[in-house]
Design a protein. Structure first.
Length: 256
């Protein structure tokens, strides 16, 4: 009799395990995820209300004010969802959030990965194909190979005479115009990957943080007195921007 009872308990336990496994794998519960893009200068929040004021200091010691800062991310992926590109404009408070709906997850939780590219990879950087970016005048001139800006970051800095001077920190695909009839390109986009965050509920908000100060300091200390304007056709400057950009983004709060 005891053997029969033990066998019955074993069968029930096995069935329960199989049912739980089936629920986990088959009964998918979708999750809606909102990306929230925030910006700071070494921990001090930056919004459009901080623009046009000399409130920040670069690693090299220049006092700067921000007049415009907008940038594009492409190939944004979370789970089984993908968005081709997304333009963020801090000055106009546009594009500060981005939604991914109906992402598949398990019955209790799922480990998800967030991936995006800063700018466009060469195969996606085709001139004139993105109407929203055309309307936003985000195009790169044909003399520089066409395609699109990755970032337009404009402002003023105090020069060595403590006078206001302009800077245009514009990031594009690097182009060598030594021979204008034979342009040489280098893909200066870069990938950002945040993995192993857990979605436990059906509504999740993920903060993606940009430290604006990093554009001027890591690994290259940027001297605005040397590199300030006409940076788009500067092949070496574009590669320096790419190197500095790799430390700009970080994963912030995941709330659910």
């Amino acid at each position: 009799m005891k053997k029969i009872i033990s066998l019955l308990v074993l069968v029930i336990s096995f069935s329960a395990c199989k049912e739980a496994e089936l629920n986990c794998c088959v009964n998918q519960i979708p999750v809606n995820i909102t990306l929230k893009f925030t910006h700071h200068w070494n921990g001090v929040p930056v919004t459009s209300s901080d623009f046009n004021n000399f409130k920040f200091t670069t690693e090299n010691g220049e006092s700067v004010s921000i007049n415009r800062l907008r940038y594009v991310l492409s190939n944004l992926k979370i789970g089984n969802q993908k968005i081709n590109h997304h333009l963020i404009n801090i000055g106009e408070n546009s594009g500060m959030e981005l939604s991914f709906n109906e992402i598949e997850k398990g019955s209790t939780y799922h480990e998800l990965e967030l991936y995006f590219t800063f700018g466009f990879k060469d195969e996606d950087n085709t001139d004139g194909i993105y109407q929203d970016l055309n309307s936003a005048s985000f195009n790169v001139p044909s003399m520089l190979g066409g395609g699109y800006h990755f970032m337009q970051f404009d402002g003023k800095y105090k020069d060595t005479n403590n006078q206001d001077a302009n800077f245009n920190y514009h990031s594009i695909r690097a182009v060598d115009r030594t021979d204008p009839d034979n342009l040489v390109f280098e893909d200066t986009s870069f990938n950002v990957n945040f993995n192993s965050f857990i979605a436990e509920k059906s509504e999740v908000t993920i903060e993606v943080k940009m430290n604006i100060a990093e554009w001027f300091k890591n690994p290259n200390t940027w001297d605005l007195n040397e590199l300030n304007t006409v940076l788009m056709p500067n092949f070496e400057a574009q590669k320096l921007m790419r190197a500095n950009g790799k430390s700009v983004f970080s994963l912030g709060e995941v709330s659910q």
